[in-house]
Design a binder for this molecule. Structure first.
Ligand code: XLS
Ligand code: CA
Ligand code: CA
Length: 444
């Protein structure tokens, strides 16, 4: 990675220097306390395990506006009148941020980085900005974890993109997905994401669900074929979310998406990008959706954030709960890592966190929380107690009749006959013992 921390002509974060590791006693808010990129944990460096990415949309686009108030956050890269000049300043600010923070990856939507416009002008803007991003990747060594197309913000997508009841809108979405796939290949992107922002309904009264979902599958298959044709080799990722902005989104949760992919023969090319706050919106916890995806061999990448447990919307806060990051990293370690995926901070500072340095502090807190989670998960793995407890809990299926059952060697009559021969027994689930153990692993 280059030692010059900004590649453009202007420094956008002049008060922030390169963020370093200072250890857990440091009181410097602009330093890592736990994330020590080159530290080896279980045979790999923290940097290799965690594969952190910064999300362009929150960090450089989100203004702090909400339904009750306008922008609050300073964006010194958004000052020029020409839209392309602004986009280039934004790219410069972004790469300055990535390199000062010391993350290896970033993620973006087409319209985060390139000005939106009518179809042909949009394509030209995308090509221009792809070139701008490519130069900056080369200068800094920062790589593209994934990109995606924003086919949900423009009013034309109010009834959906790939699931729109009107064909011409579906075709217009293809303009953006095609350009985004081309940008991905030009930038060496490691994954490509689809989040179905408006792929769902606000009322079933005007909706043919099956027809819309068949269109979605057809759209994804055709996009997959085009991506492969132009040389994209990585996984396509679907990001589940149950609602918001629609009342019901077809990609509701991990289990629903897995069923959809299998039903349409897409599970060879597509995996899942699991976002913590989307899992909680779906009434599950983060670990639940990670585990469901991992069990299916389809956990591709993670949007690392958190919701607020006391409200029901997508607050996209930075992840700081170490018990949660520990459980996440336990699942990720158990499947041997994220492969080409990573931990993307799909998270934003609160609208009253108005100092530019707050963007750094927020990412540092998330990176430290995942570094702690990684170390604790590795400690639990090498300690072995919890794995042994799980093994013992299911051991009646490891031999004898239990094993015969698992192998499909017992028919149902035989099974019921065996049920007559046993007495009811109560075997403790040991939940409190495990919870106490987790605290011991966290704090000893
Ligand atoms: C919105 C989603 C979105 C996807 C990418 O809730 O999280 O940002 O990650 O389109
Ligand atoms: Ca997300
Ligand atoms: Ca979200």
């Amino acid at each position: 990675m280059s030692s010059s921390y900004f590649v453009g002509t202007k420094e956008f974060f002049p008060t922030v220097k390169k963020i370093g590791y200072e250890g857990k006693t440091s009181r410097n808010p602009l330093a890592f306390k736990f994330y020590d990129p080159d530290k080896i944990v279980g045979g790999k460096s923290m940097r290799e395990h965690l594969r952190f990415a910064v999300a362009y949309w929150h960090t450089f686009c989100a203004t702090g506006s909400d339904p009750f108030g306008s922008a609050t956050l300073p964006h010194p890269w958004d000052e020029k009148s020409d839209t392309l000049a602004r986009a280039i300043d934004k790219a410069d600010a972004a790469f300055e941020f990535f390199t000062k923070l010391g993350v290896d990856y970033y993620c973006f939507h087409d319209t985060d980085a390139a000005p939106d416009a009518e179809a042909s002008a949009y394509e030209k803007n995308m090509q221009k900005i792809t070139e701008v991003l490519r130069e900056r990747q080369k200068a800094t060594g920062v790589k593209l974890l994934w990109n995606t197309a924003n086919v949900f913000s423009h009013p034309r997508y109010m009834n959906g993109a790939a699931t729109n009841p009107e064909f011409t809108i579906l075709a217009r979405a293809a303009v953006q997905v095609k350009a985004s796939l081309e940008a991905n290949v030009a930038l060496g992107g490691e994954n490509y994401v689809f989040w179905g922002g408006r792929e769902g309904y606000t009322t079933r009264l005007n909706t043919l669900m099956k027809r819309e979902q068949d269109h979605l599958a057809q759209f994804l298959s055709a996009a997959r074929d085009y991506g492969r044709k132009i040389g994209f080799q990585g996984p396509f990722l679907i990001e589940p979310k149950p609602m918001e902005p629609t009342k019901h989104q077809y990609d509701t949760d991990a289990a629903t998406v897995i069923g959809f992919l299998k039903a349409h023969g897409l599970d060879k090319d597509f995996k899942l990008n699991i976002e913590a706050n989307h899992a909680t919106l779906a009434g599950k916890d983060f670990g639940h959706d990670l585990q469901v995806a991992s069990d299916a061999g389809l956990l591709g990448s993670v949007d690392a954030n958190r919701g607020d447990p006391r409200n029901g919307w997508d607050t996209d806060q930075f992840p700081t709960e170490v018990l949660e990051t520990t459980q996440a990293m336990r699942i990720i370690l158990a499947q041997g890592g994220l492969g080409s995926g990573g931990l993307n901070f799909d998270a934003k500072v609160r609208r009253n966190s108005t100092d530019l340095e707050d963007l750094f502090i927020a990412h540092i807190s998330g990176m430290d929380a995942f570094a702690l989670g990684l170390e604790t998960a590795e400690k639990i793995r090498t300690d072995g107690w919890l794995d042994q407890l799980l093994k013992t809990r299911y051991q009646s299926f490891d031999s004898g009749l239990g094993k015969d059952f698992e192998k499909g060697k017992l028919d149902f009559e035989e099974l019921a006959r065996l049920g007559h021969q046993v007495s009811d027994s109560l075997i403790s689930g040991k939940q409190e013992k495990i919870e106490a153990y987790l605290n011991q692993m966290l704090f000893s």
